[in-house]
Design a protein around this ligand. Structure first.
Ligand SMILES: [Cu+2]
Length: 61
């Protein structure tokens, strides 16, 4: 994952996934979830006026 505008975070608490998405600095992590499902993800670094709307969904099949 890499940001193209500013630093963000990517937190998926149920999966224990917590990444920093820094501008132009890729980060990656490989996980093997035990459970299929739909998991909420958020940006956990304040990144500006749209921060509160940065809600995502991770789907594990
Ligand atoms: Cu944010």
């Amino acid at each position: 994952m890499v940001s193209t505008d500013r630093a963000h975070g990517f937190l998926v608490k149920p999966l224990g996934l917590d990444l920093d998405a820094d501008l132009g600095k890729p980060s990656e992590k490989t996980i093997t979830p035990d459970t299929a499902g739909t998991f909420p993800a958020i940006c956990d670094h304040y990144c500006g006026s749209g921060h509160g709307n940065m809600k995502m969904t991770v789907i594990v099949e």
